[in-house]
Design a protein around this ligand. Structure first.
Ligand SMILES: NC(=O)c1ccc[n+]([C@@H]2O[C@H](COP(=O)([O-])OP(=O)(O)OC[C@H]3O[C@@H](n4cnc5c(N)ncnc54)[C@H](O)[C@@H]3O)[C@@H](O)[C@H]2O)c1
Length: 420
């Protein structure tokens, strides 16, 4: 751990800052909503003095969120939510150019990750921005005395919200937590279009393969799965969907995709993408049925969607073919299985993400600060007007205007008396 500009940090190489700064400023151009929020925050200082810990993918986009929070007056500390997604140059620039304490090193071990979580909690945050709920879970498990200092937390992803709801059910969630993922301007867009595009981008960057004509199996037809399936079809892949929810399965059929159980899909797929938030959705017996050189990856939050423990037991020592590409040879049948990004989020391990999630995060923090002490403990949605504000800012940034209801229309849709 070191200190510069009087901030503590733990990053790979502070000398990478120059390149990181350029990339942060480049990605800002693709984040017009967050930029508009940062400009307002800089004038109004709504987060003045708020002590904040943000656990997120340390990428150029998160860097711009950190800049917005800082402009709003917050004192933010950043830690990585995933060991493979950290961009070391971005971490360096945040420390050296913006004086933001960052604890994140690409490839960090689980022990280092846990140490960073605890170091961040040593700062006694009033607000936690979480991604997967590890920081909140550690606070509750290990720092019971600090929980009362928390104004609230925000949660970025589907899996983290599942964990928060489990905490709520167990009666241990004693503060408000904003389910950022459940905002419409988050999951409709970032999960579907952001994860859809960037997952395929991650696969292509890692492997350099052509998707056209391949059988691409999407495991889970939720928001992320819909995006992956939609974009893969656009690139010429034959998309197969597997699901456990009959409604999602029917939706996939009506959207024009083949639907079958994973046991059948595993024998025909060329490329597999898991996006369920669930455990071992591709298991040992599925790996055993796969074709030679099948490519397998995950875009769900945790690295347990693929049962890699089972694969390692069935296969000889993996060979690293390229960065993020490991080949396992199954001893029983000699077939090779290609695993990307060690089964961790392939889009973040090898690609970039999006604007509106971070706008939601910034406005959620503002909402928590403004409503300090007023919100009941538990999982909260962002008020719908914030969603509408973000969508309006996005339209404004795109230079698109839309219609508004006329007085006659307002009267018509609010009346029960007018019929045919
Ligand atoms: N990679 C990213 O950038 C990114 C972005 C957003 C969300 N996520 C993560 O991706 C995961 C999915 O998110 P989402 O918003 O699409 O969730 P979602 O709840 O909308 O969809 C998950 C789908 O998986 C299905 N499913 C569950 N178990 C299954 C199984 N065994 N086989 C087949 N299908 C199964 C569910 O029925 C559901 O339809 C979560 O872990 C979330 O945290 C990742």
């Amino acid at each position: 751990m070191s200190a510069t500009r009087s901030v503590e940090f733990d990053v790979k190489d502070i000398g990478l800052a120059k390149q990181g700064k350029q990339r942060i400023e480049w990605s800002e151009r693709e984040m017009p909503v967050l930029r508009l929020i940062r400009e307002r925050f800089a004038e109004e200082k709504p987060l003045s003095g708020a002590k904040l810990v943000a656990c997120a993918h340390i990428t150029t986009e998160t860097a711009n969120l950190a800049r917005a929070l800082q402009a709003g007056g917050a004192e933010a500390i950043l830690i990585a939510s995933n060991p493979l997604s950290t961009q070391d140059d971005v971490a360096a620039s945040l420390v050296s150019d913006w004086g933001i304490p960052v604890y994140a090193i690409k490839g960090e071990s689980t022990d280092t990750y846990n140490r960073h979580v605890r170091t961040a909690l040593d700062s006694h945050p009033e607000i936690i921005i979480d991604d997967g709920s590890d920081v909140v879970a550690t606070l509750i498990k290990e720092r019971g005395d600090q929980v009362k200092e928390l104004v609230g937390s925000t949660e970025e992803t589907t899996t983290g919200i599942q964990r928060l709801k489990a905490m709520e059910a167990a009666g241990v969630l004693s503060f408000p937590s904003i389910a950022v993922n459940n905002a419409q301007t988050k999951h409709f867009f970032d999960n579907r279009y952001g994860t859809g595009q960037s997952t395929l981008d991650g696969i292509i960057r890692a492997t350099n393969i052509l998707l056209a004509g391949r059988n691409l199996v999407v495991v889970g037809y939720g928001w992320c799965g819909k995006g992956v399936a939609l974009r893969a079809r656009g690139m010429g892949a034959n998309v197969i969907v597997t699901e456990i929810d009959p409604i999602k399965a029917v939706e996939a059929v009506m959207d024009g995709f083949r639907v079958m159980p994973i046991a059948d899909a595993s024998a025909v797929g060329d490329i597999f993408v898991t996006v369920t938030g669930n455990r071992h959705v591709i298991d040992g017996d599925h790996f055993a049925r796969m074709k030679d050189s099948a490519i397998v990856c995950n875009s769900g939050h945790f690295d347990l969607e693929l049962n890699l423990v089972a694969l390692r037991e069935m296969a000889s020592e993996p060979l690293t073919m390229r960065p993020f590409v490991e080949e396992y040879k199954i001893k029983a049948n000699g077939r090779r299985i290609i695993v990307l990004g060690e089964g961790r989020l392939i889009n973040l391990a090898a690609a970039d993400v999006m604007d509106m999630s971070f706008a939601n995060q910034a406005l959620s923090v503002e909402y928590l600060v403004k409503n300090k002490g007023k919100l009941a403990p538990g999982v909260h949605l962002l008020p719908p007007e914030v969603d509408t504000e973000i969508a309006s800012l996005k339209l404004q940034a795109l230079g698109i205007s839309i219609d508004t209801l006329t007085a006659e229309q307002i009267e018509y849709i609010s009346s029960w008396e007018t019929g045919t």
